[in-house]
Design a protein around this ligand. Sequence first.
Ligand SMILES: [Zn+2]
Length: 289
Amino acid sequence: MKLKILEMGDTRAKILLTGARPSLANALRRTLTADLPKMAIEDVEFHLGPISDEKGKTYESITPLFDEIIAHRLGLLPIPTDIELFSYRDKCESCSGEGCPNCTILYNINKKGPCTIYSEDLQLVTQKIKGIKSKKYEDKFKIKDRSIPIMKLGKGQALLVYATAILGTGKEHAKWKVAHGVGYKYYPIIDIDNEKCDRCESCIESCPLGILKLARGKITAKNIEDCTLCKACVDACERKAIEVEGDESKILFQFETDGSWSAKAALKYALTILENKFTEFGKAVSKLK
Ligand SMILES: [Zn+2]
């Protein structure tokens, strides 16, 4: 299998797999969505009772949303993940699963209404980990997407919570899912017979993605990779001058991450997971008599 990067953004990637079967592309899809570890908020502790500000004004810890809904929304925030620094809480050697800076990140929210609470209001409580200074820790683990709305607080209302993020995988819960919109298709081949074509342009009108155009008296295709192989143009052409099919030797693969991982790091780590799985599988098979 050969892998060519067609597009690599912070959270978006498009790659071309040559010499791969759909089963392999599907294995990569499943690894990206289900096996990649990610930090997400698992426990949320709510302060109950009155909350006072610096001036002595008292607010009620009442919010328009149920605590469960707030906890769920916090769980879905994309917490930046560095797999080199953290271990799974239940496998953590430093704390045996009780929670420590090697397996958890602790955040808090302390806001008083009226206001809207955004992801940027999540403040880091944990400040350091072995090998990383406080400032760097903050840069690394503050949520990058700062304007995700969580909820609105009314007058006299306040929210004080402590939220603990731990590592998990998409297999356990959707909040630990790193990659979204993971899809693949055969590379499109659009074959236009300009001898048969009478330039009626019905194919151009039928294409929902505007891939076909008339240039210098000929129908041509641009941005072929966008073609979804819907074949609306084939159906629209009465003269059967256009053929669309997928190239079975090439697979276009694309995905996005939620921002907890960069697209490049996610792809690299997913390929490592796959490689390890296949190696283990190979070893297990070779042991069979
Ligand atoms: Zn720990």
